[in-house]
Write a protein that binds this ligand. Structure first.
Ligand code: PGA
Length: 265
């Protein structure tokens, strides 16, 4: 089975609040040494998303070694600067060659009270300064049990994407992350993830345009590991994965990135 994707797959590792900058540099070097560099311009885009404190060191290592690995941040403020103690501005991230930023991760929504309205402001700002946002959406267990996941995600998309500039919208990556699958070892079935992602694409088509919806990459996230990456990536609508736990271990993350080696020809 040869699985050629229309959109370039994006595999991103969200390290959450793990790893010092020294540990982070080691992992990135290990990943770089072991990813398939013979891939023509690497047909999978690889992004590491460490804590803020590791961005500077990892950015330097990526640049010095001309690595193809991209750098992302886990969050950002919606202003360029200001009296916001403890916050990080997207301009500061840009200065470190940060290309992506996760916006609206469920842990930010759950533990730091981030609302769709705040996420909407952050998305607008990210697109303005040319940081590519990875917008996370996904339903909690209660909603899934009621079978209301489509309505829930539709509402999140309507609110978060409100008023976004059509010219830049295709730079957004969306991650469908059902909350009940994050860090729990439970995954959505590949078919179910594909169904929800296809639903998200239809919503993008309605909110923006069919052309834009065909260009936007939509990832799945939630307990992705080397053993379950292949059946997820062969789904036609799934353009990559956002990986938490398994991205902390270089070997596991490499096995996920190199999933193509395990596709049957
Ligand atoms: P997990 O996390 O892979 O550990 O479930 C995914 C995420 O939070 O993005």
């Amino acid at each position: 089975m040869v699985n050629e994707k229309i959109r370039r797959p994006i595999i991103a590792g969200n390290w959450k609040m793990y790893k010092t900058h020294l540990e982070g540099v080691k992992v990135v070097e290990e990943i770089n040494n072991r990813i398939n560099k013979n891939d023509k311009e690497q047909d999978v885009e690889v992004v590491v998303i460490p804590p803020f404190t590791a961005l500077r060191s990892i950015s330097t290592v990526i640049k010095a070694n001309k690595m193809k690995i991209k750098l992302g941040a886990q969050n950002m403020h919606y202003m360029s600067e200001g009296p916001f103690t403890g916050e990080i501005s997207p301009v500061m991230l840009k200065a470190l060659n940060v290309e992506y930023a996760i916006i609206g991760h469920s842990e930010r929504r759950q533990y730091f009270d981030e609302t769709d309205e705040l996420i909407n402001k952050k998305l607008k700002k990210a697109l303005d300064v040319k940081i590519k946002p990875i917008l996370c959406v996904g339903e909690p267990l209660k909603i899934r049990e009621l079978g209301r996941q489509k309505q829930y995600v539709r509402e999140q998309l309507n609110n978060c994407l409100k008023g976004l500039n059509k010219d830049y919208i295709q730079n957004i990556v969306i991650a469908y992350e059902p909350i009940w699958a994050i860090g729990t070892g439970k995954t959505a079935t590949p078919e179910d993830a594909n169904f929800m992602i296809s639903f998200i694409r239809q919503r993008i088509s309605r909110l923006f345009s069919p052309i834009i919806s065909e260009k936007i990459r939509i990832q799945y996230g939630g307990s992705i590991k080397p053993f379950n990456i292949v059946p997820v990536m062969v789904q036609p609508e799934i353009d990559g994965v956002l990986v938490g736990g398994a991205s902390l271990n270089a070997q596991d993350f490499i096995d996920i990135i190199n999933y193509k080696k395990r596709l049957k020809k």
